[in-house]
Design a protein around this ligand. Sequence first.
Ligand code: HEM
Length: 386
Amino acid sequence: MILWAFLVVITILLITYYKITSKTPDALKNIHTITLFSRIFLTITKQLGHDTLYFRYKQYFEKDGIVKERFRGKWTCMVTDPAIAKDILSKQGAPAFRALPLHLFAETALKMIDILETIDKKPIVIDSFMQRFTLDVLGKVAFGFDFNNLENPNSVYVTAYNEVQNAILDPLALFFQIDNIPILRQHRLKKLTKLNNIFIEIIKEKRKALAAGKSQGDLLEHMLNANENLDNQILSDNELKHNLAVFILAGHKTTATAISTILYLLSIHKNVQEKAREEVLRILGDNLIPSAEQHKSLKYLNMIIHENLRLYPPATFLQHRESAENLKIKDFVIPAGTPIEIFIYGIHHSPKLWTNPEEFLPERFENKNATIENYSWLAFSSGARK
Ligand code: HEM
């Protein structure tokens, strides 16, 4: 009885605290709200995906091009209007990417296929399997380091990395500023320190290898060499570590999700699978590791990849931006400084921008530039990798 009374009092206090601290600014009042209650309900019923969110609030996204929600303690606007996406994204520098060494992907893919063959018709959870593959590839591309996650999913490197991933995606941390609570912050920081120490160790080992004349051509080597060619070091070890961490975190789950959804789509659209197989065999022949030119010639496969990323964009929204000036969106004026998220999933599924948006039709990307230039396809934001 006392416990129940205590819980009721705590709940009332929490709701009152939320009501007082989350007062809606006048300018945002007329924008439709995704309530905290609705978010908690979706979290409890494990419907966290942005597909659920889009279809639940589709009428507002389509009519107004904008909805708002309280996120990490701030009122945040989610936008599905491509004109606004263009306005915001064209004001920023797009991330710069190097051409990735295809052979590292292909070699690890061959290892993955060998492992898949040993599984022999037993069911596997494809997205976690693909995450093991992409972590191995990125480890090699970024540091020349083999996490060997495909063969050993429980190694100390992988466990340290997964703990940080889980802490980032902890639903509590998404909706509340739990890092303001010292004990939780310490607990989360400990996981990060463990991973940071691994990165530092890898940088040390790489320096030793380079001094011994052993080169693998990975990103870390490029960064270290660039540092050494100049009088002043461009990047400190700490910055090197942060850059590599961003690279791995940004590329790992995104790519694993993209491969998983493409396998799903190919498995249910056998005609597309056949056509893609025919193209790959025609262009690659017996050579299992494609050259950059061969990769470019795989036109149909690239259309499939674009359509996959439209239907199931691994990054469903862009990290929030804050406009320096008031921003006009249809009838609303969003005050400067309000967090704004471009809702990629909503843009990719809008019937105003795509004919039969829920259908898998790679042919829509026959002329992909037209689609991409009007900001209705934003799988990689407005960056160069399109
Ligand atoms: C299908 C796979 C991928 C998708 C859909 C994807 C999507 C994106 C998107 C939408 C952004 C912009 C985020 C924002 O502006 O808020 C981004 C940024 C970035 N991506 Fe990817 N990405 C993919 C694969 C990769 C890979 C393989 C790497 C590395 C090898 C990578 C490295 C990065 C980096 C370094 C950034 C910049 C992060 C930052 O500025 O904080 N991504 N990616």
